[in-house]
Design a protein around this ligand. Structure first.
Ligand code: G3I
Length: 305
């Protein structure tokens, strides 16, 4: 394949990017989006604060711009994200208990129903575990509604959009030896054993010097896949430049290609200047939209074999 999307498709995978509605008027950005990618995630526009700014009043304008553009170009869409401790609207931040539980489930149901049939995979729950060695759930207003809040969200999403894949998505879960990775693994294992509807696990894969691509990354992906879920690389970016960055990207692509149930890869932005990171050059295109060495190594890895 001559583009990331086409090359990934030849391997039965997708290659996606995060998209910001505010950048769609930039022709360099929208040109690269149209040409290179076949999966799209809204970077912020489908989060709770964007889609439900006032309780039970929904706002889909910017999300629709992204979803409709993607679908008009034959691209699929990942829905990000239905339940999260962060980017909650003000009205939700101060809620607790059964009122919050109901509001969260109402949000999951309404948004997943609105987009039903148009979303390839939902990040139903995002970032629900703590970093560090505890392996515990992250303390949040949602967690304080009861430990079963995650499965309640998945059940509501399944009812609302029965044909979408339902993912749990997190960061710092790439290294198999980390307590957080093990904790998410045990949750997925438990959900599968009890019939809680879960189809996929998203590995955000934000890598930098402090958090490099782990040597056991492929093992992690394979171990989760062995539980009977797809794995997806959902927010990839890798700090660095030149051949070192290129070879790290290549390792990530090769890990996904080696795991049959690795469905695809999404990078978290198009050009370095589009990145959420305030410094550095973590993406595949430079600020002018030129292909970097990392781009070439990804394309070559997708086309190899
Ligand atoms: O929308 C407002 C705008 O009205 C205002 O003028 C502007 C001024 O600062 O801020 C805008 O909101 C910002 C928003 O991005 C849109 O640009 C927020 O302040 C800023 O916090 C927000 O950052 C996003 C971040 O999630 C928030 O948690 C990043 O763009 C986005 O890339 C990042 O994405 C997350 C994933 O959702 C989950 N995994 C980690 C990943 C990286 O942090």
């Amino acid at each position: 394949g001559a583009t990331l999307g086409a090359a990934a498709a030849e391997k039965g995978r997708y290659f996606g990017t995060a998209v910001a509605a505010g950048r769609l008027g930039d022709s360099t950005y929208s040109g690269l989006l149209q040409r290179e990618f076949d999966m799209v995630t809204a970077e912020n526009e489908m989060k709770i604060d964007a889609t439900e700014p006032n309780q039970n009043q929904f706002s889909y304008g910017n999300a629709d711009r992204i979803v409709n553009l993607a679908r008009s170009q034959g691209k699929r869409v990942r829905g990000h994200t239905l339940a999260w401790h962060s980017q909650q609207p003000g009205w939700m931040q101060n809620m607790s208990g059964s009122a919050l539980r109901s509001a969260m489930l109402n949000h999951v149901t309404k948004v997943a129903t609105y987009y039903a049939g148009k979303i390839y995979a939902w990040d139903v729950v995002n970032e629900a575990f703590q970093d560090g060695s505890s392996g515990a759930r992250r303390d949040s207003n949602l967690q304080r509604t009861g430990n079963d809040w995650i499965e309640a969200a998945f059940r509501a999403a399944r009812t609302a959009d029965p044909n979408a894949k339902l993912c749990y998505n997190d960061y710092n879960t790439d290294d198999w030896s980390h307590a957080k990775t093990q904790a998410v693994y045990r949750m997925v294992q438990d959900f599968k054993s009890r019939g809680v509807p879960i189809d996929c696990v998203g590995f955000q894969s934000h890598f930098n010097a402090q958090s490099p691509v782990p040597s056991n990354y492929q093992t992690t992906l394979q171990n989760f896949a062995n539980l009977g879920v797809d794995v997806q690389i959902t927010e990839l970016d890798i700090e660095g430049s030149g051949s070192a960055q290129a070879s790290n990207y290549e390792r990530v692509v090769n890990a996904c290609l080696a795991v049959t149930r690795c469905a695809g890869i999404t990078v978290w932005g198009i050009r370095d200047t589009d990145s959420w990171r305030s410094y550095g050059t973590p993406l595949l295109f430079d600020g002018s939209g030129n292909k970097k060495a990392a781009y070439t190594s990804v394309l070559n890895a997708l086309n190899a074999g």
